[in-house]
Design a binder for this molecule. Structure first.
Ligand SMILES: *Cc1c(COP(=O)(O)O)cnc(C)c1O
Length: 489
């Protein structure tokens, strides 16, 4: 929809554009307010209770609504947010692919709801699933052994770096530094620091990739590991990956693979074959589990053979008669309770098993094709390429404003202002699930915003339930109930 059409719509009727859909609002003085159930229609019921009289009421107003009213109320509430089931969600690096329902069915299977304290003998099917998933992931990543325990990519990074630390210590080496490219995700820096390392930031080359000269200068006998994602956060494949691995290995360091961008390589190339020694998988990105708002997810870690003895406890292995749990010999210990986020792992297993080798390779091909199609269609500068499953466009206006405005066009915006190598970055990852018409819808939204005047873009969004949210406070001081809000006020 163009801006002109919208304006025409707005002049019709009662001053409010009745043809354009708006999200509901939280505030009662707004005509789009979605009332609470008790505000819609109530019926007085008499209360009978054996509790002391001073603690009870005689009557109570309870909501009195038909099933369709109830269903529409909750649907309307669900639409006060934006998700992968509303439309395209090209949030770069996050791989927000649609989560197919068969994976939810698998996780909702009555037998999946198993107590974690069940004896291994009575939970053989569960252990078999975990064992098979360890094996699938090892094969997908070109790794020798996998733990499923870490509950997120960041937790996987932390576990992986602790494994690197244990490995060096077992060899009697006291290395103090982890090297991280400046374009890396913030969690890489944090994981290395939390594991007790000094972080050495590696500046990128002019082409957006690792600068080999800078790498040689940064790496030495203090280096415990280099953390890298490939393709990197600009969507660029590190063509010199074999040389990079050689430089790090020659210095005695390990090469860590941040698996957030694995969707670009799935079924086509493997980190293990590129020389990576340790990696995490963002199961909730690559293998379709709903995520956002902090979880739940899973960040399994894969390692090459001589690092397997350091993996978290417990792992699953096969015995003559079935499957059992065991503690690897020099395990770093536990990084989560039990087996990690079990139902997330069930979904990942279902997804991989259903797609198979061919399906996974097809997913990565389409993810790359979709990113390239979309980039071709939009009227934005894209400074770095050729890219794979995501690209980073540069906005003329403030990228955060552009993102907010895109919500008004019914699409979720890209990731903004990162990586910093691109001014006003819009990091865009459409994923393989979008078809041509939804990519065209996305492109139309990009271009419509680019053509709009500054004031409109700066004051967006107009049609959403919430407008400009203080994201830092929302993350650091969440108010999770009305009571909490009342208390503060
Ligand atoms: C998402 C992401 C992470 C962190 O993963 P979580 O599962 O969100 O903890 C790390 N690196 C990159 C590049 C990412 O996109």
């Amino acid at each position: 929809m163009s801006g002109d059409e919208r304006d025409q719509g707005a002049t019709s009727g009662s001053g409010r554009d009745t043809l354009v859909y708006d999200q509901a609002r939280w505030t009662a003085d707004d005509e789009r307010y979605e009332p609470l159930l008790s505000e819609k229609h109530t019926r007085e019921v008499e209360v009978e209770s054996e509790l002391p009289e001073h603690l009870t009421r005689d009557t109570l107003d309870l909501p009195d609504l038909s099933e369709p009213e109830l269903a529409r109320h909750y649907t309307r509430l669900s639409e006060m947010n934006y998700g992968v089931e509303n439309g395209p969600f090209p949030l770069g690096s996050c791989t927000m692919k649609y989560n197919p329902k068969f994976t939810e069915d698998a996780a909702a299977h009555p037998k999946a709801g198993i107590h974690p304290d069940r004896s291994p003998e009575s939970a053989q099917g569960t252990l078999e699933l975990l064992y098979r998933l360890q094996d699938y992931l090892a094969r997908i990543g070109g790794m020798d052994a996998v733990t499923l325990q870490p509950p997120a990519g960041a937790a996987g990074e932390f576990a992986g770096i602790l494994i690197a630390r244990a490995y060096h210590e077992a060899r009697g080496e006291d290395r103090t530094e982890v090297v991280v490219p400046d374009s890396a995700h913030g969690t890489n820096f944090a994981s290395a620091a939390m594991a007790g390392y000094d972080v050495v930031e590696l500046p990128g080359a002019a082409d957006g990739r690792v600068d080999l000269g800078a790498l040689e200068a940064a790496v030495g006998e203090e280096t415990a590991a280099l953390m890298l994602t490939n393709p990197n956060t600009l969507g660029l494949f590190e063509r010199d990956i074999e040389r990079i691995a050689e430089i790090v290995h020659d210095a005695g360091g390990l090469l860590y693979y941040d698996g957030a961008n694995l969707n670009a390589l799935l079924g086509r190339a493997r980190p293990g074959d590129m020389g990576f020694d340790v990696m995490h998988y963002n199961v909730h990105k690559t293998f379709a589990t709903p995520h956002g708002g902090g979880g739940p997810g899973a960040g399994p870690v894969g390692v090459r053979e001589d690092l397997a003895e350091f993996l978290p406890d417990p792992r699953v292995r096969r015995t003559d008669g079935g499957y059992e749990l065991y503690a690897p010999e020099r395990s770093i210990g536990k990084v989560h309770g039990y087996q990690g986020n079990w139902l997330v792992l069930v979904k990942a297993y279902a997804y991989i098993a259903r797609l198979g080798d061919e399906g996974l390779a097809d997913a990565s091909a389409k993810a790359v094709l979709n990113a390239n199609y979309l980039a071709e269609r939009i009227d934005y500068e894209i400074p770095f390429g050729p890219f794979h499953h995501e690209f980073v466009a540069s906005a003329d206006a403030d990228a955060a404003d552009v993102a907010k405005r895109m919500l008004d066009y019914g699409v979720h915006p890209p990731t903004t202002k990162w990586p910093e190598a691109v001014p006003e970055a819009l990091m865009t990852e459409p994923t393989e699930v979008e078809n041509r018409s939804s990519l065209d819808q996305l492109a139309a939204a990009f271009d419509a915003v680019a053509a709009e005047d500054e004031a409109t873009v700066e004051s967006a969004p107009e049609r959403t339930a919430a407008r400009r949210i203080d994201q830092v406070s929302a993350a650091r001081n969440p108010r999770l109930s009305w009571q909490a809000l009342d208390r503060e006020e």
